[in-house]
Design a protein. Structure first.
Length: 424
């Protein structure tokens, strides 16, 4: 499954060459005999604003490519967005959805460019810490960086820049099949950035149209999930302050924020070896919607949800082969890292109210060897509003016991762990 621990970046500088920049209100050409490349690197401590959706960890995933917007003005560094926008002169688009990636394993910063790596995954059942359902990235690091195409971007000689961005730069094109060589097709995220120049550059915001969340399906008898769900993230211009070439030696902290919700399911038992599970599915999940990072009051918002999946298979096994694997042992099963578009658990399907729920097919193994196969649908909770919210992590612990099955949901920010509420 995909490593989701990739969250925050900062803008750094390293020596290189200067080039041309696109403009929206006027032409901007900057030349310099001693150029400085714009680079991006991880930082540990953030001092920028954070809304709902804290980050997990302090390092952005080196496998990912993200997109950057930048705005230029002939004004000094160290300003807020409002001061920058209110200063004399035109605000000029300097970078527009330009890709940035980590260009080598040795680099500690991200530079202009992209990689098209298709990651492969593996599992290690011999690992003493292995939990059924987990896997790890098995693609060698040198293969990842061999796919990088460098497209350096450079600081302007004069003036300063403000940055915004989103991740990932491209997603799988789920409307197309794989190529003849088995490779997946990619498509850029349909994103725009708005600064409302006619309104004093108020309410800067990212807008993404028709975002399609990836698929999640258990590979039957393969012991882990095919997880193509996308951890969509963003940062806005007013999350930090501006920098110039002269001021670029220090870090410019910007914080990626999570646009989606994260679901994990842990299946455990108080009586190891007594219960077997054959199938686990999640019902009624929307996969497509539009996103804006500010709905007018500075809060992110999803709208226009469509493309409903009536069922997402989290686990499936016929129980005939490898029967020991379907037994819930002392460690249990981990079925997770499922990233979804934020949404209400209550839907309307063909005019009839419906509820997102978890359905488990399982057996209680009897002393005479005859399994008692049952199917149980468990209601899920998602806080007071009954919605999976932006930037929240929902962990559902499903515990099988001889007297009952119960769910303990943790509803937290993306990183922190909070109290649980028991739902019988």
């Amino acid at each position: 499954m995909k490593d989701r621990r990739h969250r925050q970046i900062s803008i750094l500088a390293s020596a290189a060459v200067i080039g041309l920049a696109p403009a929206c209100t006027e032409a901007l050409v900057v030349y310099d005999d001693s150029p400085v490349e714009i680079g991006l690197g991880p930082v540990a401590n953030m001092s920028t604003k954070v809304i709902s959706g804290a980050m997990e960890g302090t390092a952005y995933n080196g496998y990912e490519t993200f997109a950057v917007f930048a705005y230029h003005k002939i004004t000094g560094a160290g300003q807020t967005w409002n001061a920058f926008a209110g200063a004399d002169g035109n605000t000029v688009t300097y970078l527009w959805k330009d890709p940035f990636c980590k260009r080598s394993a040795a680099d500690q910063w991200w530079g202009g460019g992209y990689n098209d790596i298709v990651l492969t995954y593996n599992r290690d059942t011999s690992d003493p810490d292995y939990v059924k359902g987990t896997s790890y990235i098995s693609t060698p690091e040198d293969e990842i960086f061999n796919t990088v195409a460098a497209e350096p971007q450079y600081w302007p000689k004069t003036g300063s820049l403000f940055f915004a961005g989103y991740s990932p730069y491209k997603t799988y094109d789920f409307s197309r099949t794989s190529g003849n060589d088995g490779t997946r097709k990619y498509t850029p995220v349909n994103a725009e950035y708005t600064i409302d120049e006619e309104n004093g550059c108020a309410n800067p915001r990212l807008t993404i149209k028709g975002f399609i969340q990836g698929s999640y399906n258990w590979a039957k008898d393969d012991h882990w999930a095919e997880n193509e769900t996308v951890d969509l993230m963003w940062f806005d211009v007013d999350d930090s302050w501006n920098r110039s070439q002269d001021a670029a030696a220090g870090a410019v902290p910007v914080t990626f924020r999570h646009a989606c919700s994260w679901l994990d399911f842990n299946i455990r038992t108080t009586d190891p070896g007594v219960f077997s599970i054959y199938r686990v599915s999640l019902s009624y999940i929307y996969r497509q919607a539009d996103f804006t990072s500010s709905n007018g009051d500075g809060r992110p918002e999803w709208s226009g949800r469509t493309a409903r999946e009536d069922e997402i298979v989290l686990f499936e096994h016929d129980g005939q082969e490898d029967k020991d694997f379907v037994l819930i042992d002392g460690k249990g099963f981990f079925l997770g890292n499922l990233i979804i578009i934020p949404q209400s658990l209550t839907k309307t399907v063909n005019g009839i109210p419906a509820q997102s729920a978890l359905t488990i097919e399982f057996s209680q193994n009897t002393t005479d060897g005859t399994p008692l196969v049952q199917t149980k649908t468990l209601s899920l909770t998602a806080g007071d509003g009954g919605e999976w919210e932006t930037g929240k992590h929902y962990t559902y612990d499903i515990t099988f016991g001889l007297d009952k099955i119960h769910i303990d949901p943790d509803i937290d920010d993306w990183k922190e762990t909070g109290p649980s509420v028991t739902v019988d």
